[in-house]
Ligand binder design. Sequence first.
Ligand SMILES: [Zn+2]
Length: 249
Amino acid sequence: MIDRSELLDYCDQLLDVAAWNDYAPNGLQVEGKPRIQRVITGVTACAELIEAAIDWQADAIIVHHGFFWKNEPPTLTGMKYRRIARLIKQDINLLAYHLPLDAQPEFGNNAALSEQLGLERVIPFGAMRLSLAGELPAPIEAPDLGNILEQILGRTPLIVGPADKVLQRIGLCTGGAQDGIVEAAQMGLDAFISGEISERTTHIAREEGITYFAAGHHATEREGVRRLGLKLAGHFGLDVRFVDIPNPV
Ligand SMILES: [Zn+2]
């Protein structure tokens, strides 16, 4: 069992939280009990994840997508009230790490996907240096890269843009980073992988001649928070459980 402050200090340092200007607060978002042993990790602080934490008598939840996003109403009403009231009544801490967890160079969402794809000579690029670009060990056809992504993520990607090219120089940024395709095209990459897709993405991919893989926002962002949990279990001896609340998007 550790003090909440120890957990927060360790995460702040591990994730270099101070370096980021994010769309939501990183770190402790909802305060619960001061001592922590059981931690649930998950992608999004949805009601189902909160109930799973209550069932397991968790002391804290750590997520990638927490609350209090810029531009959302600041009031605690409706769905947001129900989620936060449940946490407060059960005395459960909620910690959230967004961009710092995408970017963490060892186990973050982008580093994890890059590692799973076996990318070599990996460099950061794009807005906030958040995206990664690297080379596959050997060139492959677009449908084959789609199959590899399906094996890694358990979800069939949507592929747009050129399908008849061999791909080797790959860019990626997990989640809702579909507009990163513009910078990936400027870099001359063969393909770009993110989670979501917009209508415009198809036309950008076709006209810039870069193959785009929409591999799932949820599917591409499970690994960072899961690996963070493993790290915390190893470092502090905490009981950590990753709970996957399926989401097809
Ligand atoms: Zn996300």
